[in-house]
Write a protein that binds this ligand. Structure first.
Ligand code: 26Q
Length: 811
């Protein structure tokens, strides 16, 4: 199974350096060495990929196609070396050649082709699909710029472009021969021939989609899948004749127009940005993907009649929803099928996962834009909508419900309803979320087709998020849970439970955490010049900044602690360090204000001698996958405090749990299932339940009353208005909480309603921390019971219940 010995790696690296860079190992710099490492591993994975696909073809296996606008891959070198089983050999080879492995790894940019949870989930699932030996391909866009880099300047977020491909492209294999054409705009011409109606799209523009493939090696298997990233190019060569006429810029216009499609990832998370370029991106990657899948299927089977038996198209939220009309288009126009047959095949091929219930994140497109940009796809979508509406009308006999379930209504195309109509399965990403989908968001559609709706609770790649990033803890797990078996059998982590009152084990666990905290402190010092006190509780909230995630609630509590400390400098027994990391969508003004507030508060506390050695707030710049990998092992408290009912699942919560952090959280998303396995004793739950939160919002919530009645809360909110030593007032946030603004209701996310319960949960947490034995036992139980949140389990569920593909067994 091992791909290389140390010696073979040294030779391969040396050759790569000479062939690609014309340098010996002594002459090469770290960047060149990093690229050489990537190329050597890429070669090895490419060979395995060829063999995997040959076998898939030969055995006519069913394939999974995972379509997502986002794959938040992070770094690949360590991961690929790990999965290929050559990480120790690679480190050794690098040392022999005169390099520090850690320094070389650290140079790799994150492939930040995603915003947050949805994108990272897709990346974790790619790993599991390969490891479970499922023939699968991921499809997305080869963005030139990934999620922006965040700088904090005078407390405020500044966005910088993330040109990751300079080095990151070493993992990509461009396949220009497999380029496809994607057509936009133009007009339709219909004509009859041989008794068939033919429809051709004429005029408009054509963009060339060029695949760049990234191999995805499984762990402990030679099975290798790939991630296919489409790059956009102009099909026309640059018009040289224009150059001679002196029209330099015009000559490259077509090229620039086409290439803008793959220029940049939209940085909106849980928010719909209805821009025409976004719709172009979606159709571009969907059309290229469906074309390539259909062509490959035709080449193999010579018919599209069995397409659904051999393929499943999994769509990651509605963003790739155009697969439905696009597959219909190919079946109707290219394969010459009739509507009913084409619809049967399409609805047996597509499966849809929903990742959000926030109204502002549900995708809608203006019909006029849709029609102008995608005339043929619009025609098909309109026909899908018409037939679906007829079916709904016959079933409900209630126009209100017909309107609610409609795919096209009032000149708007609703992508979620399109996915429900055209999909074989619809799933949510946690038990609670799936219930909310069934009983509220998609209530009517679910009444009509209940068998379509199901749940698959999310999971994370436990090899990356435990074994790779936390070697100390990995060692302990191996000693207690039967060696490395848990890497392929995450439920084996459960064996740790038996040691929850073994003092020796608990001491080891606490030593591991302590060392991880020290390492993180050293890293933070080097990166950001902040001094973290490793004696303090590391209390962490890292995730995208969004009001529903309630970073502001965390801030309100810290202000309360700060004010208590002003009254009584001995009020805090245990030093606390609150760590935040969050990117705000560049257009989300309130989110950016909250970032600034965190930084103002951090500065205030930092300059107050009373707080010294007791209280600290740090905003970690540019939160991203590679930073999360350093932070999770060092975290002790995980803040998962969204308004109940709003966070579909969360996946950070699972990564913290696996690394032994204890959760302070609401009963939201997957926290509910964490609570199911942990019980009240092993986490700190607080606040309104989702039904209570919904009822309160519905029935007239008056945050001003809470402000008037609770003196602690009153004083905290007043501090927002006054501001801190930097002189910035946060009266805007104060007003938003008490009075609402821009059409938003006062305190839309119920921070004030949960404030005192939250303070109480934090107090219980601090009390538990004061008893190390109790704390460490809780921590151990969290790790022990995190196995169910492994991506292997989630992917196995998709494979068994949704995709109907066989896989290597996990427990
Ligand atoms: C849509 C249209 C136009 C532009 C952007 C978007 C857009 C982009 C990203 C809408 C939503 C997203 C991302 C959503 C997301 O990350 N959801 C998270 O998914 C995780 C994985 O299932 C869950 O764990 C989180 O709870 C959920 O918030």
């Amino acid at each position: 199974m091992t791909a290389f010995t140390t010696r073979e790696l040294e030779d391969a690296l040396t050759r790569k350096l000479m062939i690609n860079f014309g340098k010996t190992a002594e002459e090469a710099g770290e960047t060149e060495m990093l690229r050489a490492c990537a190329l050597v591993l890429r070669d090895a994975m490419a060979l395995r990929g060829v063999e995997t696909r040959r076998e898939t073809r030969q055995k006519e296996k069913k394939k999974v196609h995972y379509l997502s606008l986002e794959f938040l891959m992070g770094r690949s070198l360590q991961k690929n070396a790990y999965n290929l089983g050559v990480l120790p050999q690679l480190k050794e080879a690098l040392e022999h050649l005169g390099f520090q492995a850690g320094d070389v790894f650290e140079l790799e940019p994150d492939a930040g082709l995603g915003n947050g949870g949805l994108g990272r989930l897709a990346a974790c699932y790619l790993d599991s699909m390969s490891t479970l030996e499922i023939p699968a391909t991921g499809y997305s866009i080869c963005y030139e710029l990934g999620i922006f880099k965040q700088k904090i300047v005078e407390g405020q977020q500044v966005e910088l472009p993330d040109a990751w491909k300079g080095i990151g492209s070493a993992w990509l294999l461009p396949k220009p021969e497999e380029a496809r054409q994607v057509r936009f705009g133009g007009t339709l011409r219909e004509f009859w021939n041989d008794g068939h109606l033919h429809i051709v799209q004429e005029g408009g523009t054509t963009v060339l989609a060029v695949p760049c493939d990234m191999e995805i090696a499984g762990y402990n298997t030679s099975h290798t899948n790939k991630l296919r990233l489409w790059d956009a190019k102009s099909p026309k060569p640059v018009d040289m004749s224009l150059y001679s006429k002196g029209e330099y810029l015009k000559a490259t216009e077509d090229e620039a127009m086409a290439e803008v499609i793959a220029k940049v990832l939209y940085p909106d998370d849980n928010h719909e940005e209805g821009k025409s370029l976004r719709l172009k991106q979606q159709y571009f990657f969907v059309s290229a993907t469906v074309q390539s899948i259909a062509e490959e299927h035709m080449a193999e089977f010579g018919t599209m009649a069995n397409f659904h038996e051999k393929n499943v198209l999994q769509i990651n939220d509605t963003h790739p929803a155009l697969v439905i009309p696009e597959l219909m288009r190919i079946l109707l126009d290219d394969a010459g099928m009739g509507w009913d047959r084409a619809w049967e095949i399409t609805t047996q091929s597509v499966t849809y996962t929903n990742h959000t219930v926030l109204a502002e994140a549900l995708e809608k497109w203006p019909q006029a834009l849709f029609e102008r940009l995608l005339p043929r796809v619009w025609q098909i979508t309109a026909e899908i909508a018409r037939r679906w509406e007829e079916q709904c009308r016959a079933y409900f006999r209630d126009e209100e419900k017909v309107r609610d379930t409609a795919v096209v209504w009032d000149g708007v195309v609703r992508m979620a309803n399109l996915c429900i109509a055209g999909g074989m399965r619809v799933n949510g990403v946690s038990a609670l979320h799936s219930e909310i989908l069934k009983n509220e968001v998609f209530q009517n559609a679910c009444a009509m087709e209940p068998e379509k709706f199901t749940n698959v609770t999310n999971g994370v790649d436990h090899r990356r998020w435990l074994a790779e990033i936390n070697p100390g803890l990995h060692g302990l797990v191996c000693d207690l849970a039967g060696g490395e078996a848990y890497l392929m059998d995450p439920q084996a982590l459960g064996r740790l439970d038996a040691y929850a009152d073994d003092r020796e084990v608990l001491r080891r666990l606490s030593d591991i955490k302590r060392r991880n905290k020290e390492e993180f402190a050293a890293y933070a010092k080097q990166q950001q010049c902040v001094l973290l006190n490793p004696d303090a509780i590391f209390d962490v909230q890292v995730k995208r900044l969004h009001e529903y995630k309630r970073q502001l609630l965390n801030v309100l509590h810290i202000i309360a602690l700060y004010q208590r400390l002003q009254d009584d400098p001995n009020a805090i027994a245990r030093p606390r360090t609150f760590l935040f990391g969050a990117k705000a969508a560049p257009g989300y003004a309130v989110a950016k204000r909250i970032i600034r507030l965190i930084n103002s508060l951090a500065d205030q506390i930092d300059h107050d001698p009373i707080c010294s050695g007791k209280l600290q707030v740090v905003f970690l710049e540019n939160y991203r996958v590679s930073l999360a990998e350093r932070l999770m092992p060092a975290s002790e408290v995980s803040q998962q405090i969204s308004t109940a009912g709003k966070e579909a699942s969360g996946t950070g919560n699972m990564k913290f749990m696996m690394n032994g952090a204890l959760t302070v959280g609401t009963l939201d998303g997957a926290n509910v299932e964490m609570h199911d396995v942990l019980g009240d004793e092993n986490m700190f739950l607080f606040g309104l339940r989702s039904n209570e939160a919904a009822a309160l919002s519905r029935e007239g919530y008056l945050p001003q009353r809470l402000y008037a009645r609770d003196p602690v809360l009153h004083r905290v909110l007043d501090a927002l208005k006054t501001g801190f030593r930097d002189g910035v007032s946060y009266e805007d946030l104060y007003r938003r909480l008490l009075f609402g603004d821009h059409g938003a209701p006062a305190d839309e996310y119920l921070l004030l309603a949960d404030f005192s319960a939250y303070c109480d949960a934090e107090k219980r947490m601090a009390e538990a921390y004061a008893d190390p034995e109790r704390w460490n036992a809780m921590s151990l139980r969290n790790i022990a019971r995190s196995g169910v949140f492994a991506a292997d389990r989630a992917v196995a569920e998709y494979a068994d219940r949704i995709w109907h593909v066989p896989h290597r067994k996990v427990r």
